[in-house]
Design a protein around this ligand. Structure first.
Ligand SMILES: Cc1cc2nc3c(=O)[nH]c(=O)nc-3n(C[C@H](O)[C@H](O)[C@H](O)COP(=O)(O)O)c2cc1C
Length: 213
């Protein structure tokens, strides 16, 4: 049964552009995968503590030697990793916050980036272990950060996501960006703003199915 892991990270819910676009992705994915399963992981509704020394100690203790307390410390990370490992495809909603990813997404990444689970060092070289998966990142930014403009260097969202997920082995990734959402606060019509981005989601899903067929 194909499984889609749907991860959102905008605190704005009904006003969020990234959430509206990932919801459209999920609706269309369900339509084309009637036997599929969608797992929703709302990072704004998930209590995720920052990692601490005990967490790091537990990760670097061989599994068979972990104490019950260390197992408990890693239980959230284990559940999030299970969601990642069981899914075939991922869709992420990512708002730009302060030129980077939202803190809840960074907390999640810290929970799932684990030696021996999502990456390893073989012969001193890093090797990503999230393989054979497809990811779609749907990013929303208030400003516009097009390449070759002086604002491009302020955008740490897509470069960071490409680097960290590439490191973890997830290289089959598509990035769709709804740029300039600040216009919505200045009276720009939301329906008109979203229309090309909803179309981009639809076209992308059609191309995913074409590849899969
Ligand atoms: C806390 C916060 C920080 C933000 N920082 C930036 C920023 O650095 N650059 C930018 O272009 N937009 C910034 N924005 C605007 C968001 O990127 C924009 O509202 C986008 O639509 C967020 O995605 P969402 O609609 O899915 O929440 C920020 C918004 C919030 C709430």
């Amino acid at each position: 049964m194909p499984t889609l892991l749907h991860i959102d990270s905008s605190p704005l819910y009904g006003r969020s552009v990234s959430r509206e676009l990932t919801a459209a992705f999920v609706t269309q994915w369900r339509a084309s995968h009637p036997d599929g399963r969608v797992v929703d992981r709302d990072l704004n509704a998930t209590a995720m503590p920052p990692i601490n020394a005990e967490w790091v100690g537990a990760v670097y203790t061989p599994e068979e030697g972990r104490t019950p307390q260390q197992k408990e410390i890693l239980s959230l990370s284990d559940s999030l990793l299970a969601e990642l490992e069981e899914a075939d495809e991922y869709v992420f909603g990512v708002p730009m916050h302060n030129f980077g990813v939202p803190s809840v997404l960074k907390l999640w990444i810290d929970q799932i980036a684990r030696v021996g689970r999502t990456f390893s060092y073989t012969d001193g070289r890093p090797k990503g272990l999230i393989i054979g998966k497809k990811a779609t990142f749907i990013i929303a930014t208030g400003g516009i950060y097009h390449a070759q403009t002086h604002m491009a260097s302020f955008n740490f969202v897509e470069p960071y996501l490409r680097s960290v997920f590439g490191f973890l082995g997830l290289t089959d990734a598509t990035f769709l960006t709804a740029a300039g959402t600040a216009a919505l606060n200045q009276g720009h019509d939301r329906h008109a703003f979203l229309a090309p981005h909803l179309q981009a989601v639809k076209t992308h899903l059609q191309s995913l199915q074409g590849v899969a067929a």
